[in-house]
Design a protein around this ligand. Structure first.
Ligand code: HEM
Length: 579
């Protein structure tokens, strides 16, 4: 009897070897017909074990391994390589290549024309299942749906981020930035290691105010840590956003187990509280709408009361009453409004998609201002030109409609930050049809046959000298100005080749919060630079030049979790001085 058991156990590894070899051979044959460069890997790179260990192992092999196949394999299978590899693999083997394993064929796509092909066909290259599982934890939302479900939500959600919201974002961001600048200037010697936490507080409070109607004064926020304390909706969503992988992958019973730290127990508690918190937020939005005049304004016409949540509720309610059961193209009745679950999901999604992306864009921006003082004075010169001489006693709010369009240098600076420090280093898609033909920038076509995944590796086209010129690796915001644009033209910027610049994605699933983020970053940078300058704080015996190099090293040592971030944000040690 026992000998059968031993034979059975011995067969398990053999079975694993045979099925892996068979899978690899099958995928290799399919991939070879495509004609793109390949990196063949004989194990499952998506297994939980490999995903967990690949990143911590990076320091061990990075300094020891020379160039070659093994190094390439370890690089492309370590999360976030798209940023830290600085396009070195893509420059050697080609901007797009296939990673072939026993279980998957994955296109790593860095060619602008191919990226454009994929992102403009949202019904063919759909959101990948793993991303859907992570992003839909609190309810169905834009990022966790495809097809008709996505289209319906998009019709209602995208318009909620409208121009009126941009004005609110501008005002709230400027207010928060003024409070943060005063705090920084009041620190001993104006020095602080809290700039990253400070701008995260701005991003959190701007969302709290304009998305959920819960304004708060600026203050560096600690993540909640007391499971018994009351928690507001904004804090709950930003807490879950921080622990999104645990919240989406680990069962609540394990999150609550005795071996887990208190903060992880809280993930389960906050998940349980979310429906109640979201419901009470929606109830208060609906109550405020009932009390409001039909014009959508409060009694004081200059004070629009709308928030993203209230616009979302209004648009969905309007859709429900006008075409709640409009016929689908196939003749069946289909709803056109958001269900309660989708409303919860999409409200949560704003924080998930909009908080860290905007906060870290601001973190990199401030650090880069300190690293490149020439660009800081360049922006300040335009600010002084547009806003006139500085008067420290004048704290009249700057008007969004007239001033934002004129702050072209702030905007160009942000474009350049997001070119070299792209927040979302890859966007995952999978082919939903039998096959798809992609044509690259050289006009060569490739046929991909399902099942196949694609990673849109945004940093690769952002560092492609074919589109950005020989100084592609340099930080140079002036590259964004079109030399042919007339002075004072409303849009003086170049239009990058389709697919060459995708920090906000492109095509039907382009980020609906793009304008909101641009307005927020411009408001914060312009408020800071109008009254302050930022420099790297010097360590003992260091020159300013050495400190700038050190600070650049801190930014270069970045790693995405979902959003790109410096590994050590406290090493962004800045000195704030009044202008
Ligand atoms: C600098 C800031 C931001 C960056 C770099 C950014 C980037 C992106 C990218 C790359 C995508 C596409 C992801 C994919 O297709 O896999 C996306 C989607 C999205 N973003 Fe943003 N985002 C930013 C700010 C915001 C803000 C402020 C909001 C809203 C408050 C927002 C809401 C969304 C939503 C709802 C989607 C899903 C769109 C869809 O699937 O139809 N984002 N964002």
């Amino acid at each position: 009897m026992m000998q059968y058991l031993y034979a059975g156990l011995a067969l398990i590894p053999l079975w694993w070897v045979v099925t892996s070899a068979w899978g690899l051979l099958r995928n290799y044959r399919v991939a070879k017909r495509v004609g793109l460069p390949m990196i063949v890997i004989p194990w499952n790179i998506d297994s939980a074990f490999y995903v967990v260990f690949a990143n911590p192992l990076r320091p061990f092999w990075e300094s020891r391994l020379g160039p070659g196949y093994v190094r390439d394999v370890l690089t492309v299978t370590t999360y976030g390589y798209e940023f830290w590899n600085r396009s070195s693999i893509a420059r050697r083997i080609g901007p797009s290549f296939l990673v072939v394993t026993p279980v998957v064929i994955r296109l790593h796509c860095g060619d602008a024309a191919m990226i454009h092909c994929i992102l403009s066909r949202a019904n063919v290259w759909v959101q990948e299942k793993r991303a859907i599982n992570i992003l839909g934890i609190v309810g169905q939302n834009l990022s966790s749906s495809n097809g008709e479900q996505w289209q319906r939500q998009r019709r209602i959600v995208a318009p909620s981020l409208n121009e009126r919201i941009s004005k609110l974002v501008w005002d709230e961001s400027s207010l928060q930035a003024r409070q943060m600048a005063s705090y920084m200037l009041a620190q001993p010697g104006g020095e602080s290691r809290d700039s990253a936490d400070g701008v995260r507080a701005i991003a959190t409070h701007v969302l709290g105010a304009v998305a959920y109607g819960q304004p708060q004064p600026w203050k560096i926020s600690e993540l909640p840590s007391d499971p018994d304390a009351d928690i507001g909706y904004t804090d709950a969503v930003s807490f879950l956003a921080e622990f999104i992988i645990a919240a989406s992958h680990v069962p609540k019973s394990i999150l609550r187990s005795r071996f887990m730290p208190k903060q992880i127990h809280m993930v389960a508690d906050v998940l349980d509280k979310m429906p109640v918190l979201a419901q009470s937020l929606l109830d208060s939005v609906r109550a405020a709408q009932t009390a409001q005049r039909p014009s959508g304004h409060s009694a004081d016409e200059s004070q629009p009361r709308e928030t993203i949540a209230s616009v979302l509720v209004r648009l969905s309610d309007e859709a429900r009453s006008t075409n709640g059961h409009a016929p689908k193209s196939n003749g069946a009745a289909g709803k056109q409004y958001l269900t309660q679950n989708e409303m919860f999901g999409n409200l949560f999604q704003f924080t998930l998609a909009g908080l860290d992306t905007t906060a870290f864009t601001m973190t990199y921006s401030i650090a880069l201002l300190a690293i490149y003082p020439e660009w800081q004075t360049w922006i300040q010169a335009q600010l002084d030109d547009v806003l006139g001489p500085i008067d420290p006693k004048d704290d009249t709010p700057v008007d969004y409609n007239t001033i934002f369009p004129k702050l072209t240098r702030c905007q160009a600076f942000t474009f350049e930050v997001l070119r070299l420090y792209t927040m979302i280093v890859h966007m995952a898609r999978e082919l939903s049809k039998e096959s798809s033909i992609l044509t690259d920038t050289n006009g060569v076509s490739y046929e991909l046959v399902a099942p196949v995944d694609a990673y849109i590796c945004s940093p690769i086209p952002h560092r492609d000298a074919r589109f950005w010129g020989p100084d592609v690796d340099e930080f140079r915001p002036t590259r964004w100005f079109d030399p042919g644009a007339a002075p004072g033209a409303p849009n003086p910027f170049i239009t990058p080749r389709p697919g060459a610049y995708v920090p906000w994605s492109i095509g039907p699933r382009v980020c609906p919060g793009q304008k909101m983020a641009q307005v927020e970053v411009a408001a914060v940078l312009s408020t800071f630079l109008r009254s302050c300058s930022v420099l790297p704080a010097l360590e003992e015996g260091e020159t300013l030049e050495q400190a700038r190099k050190r600070l650049l090293g801190v930014l270069e040592d970045s790693q995405p979790t979902i959003t790109l971030r410096p590994r050590d944000k406290k090493a962004i040690h800045l000195k704030w001085v009044r202008r």
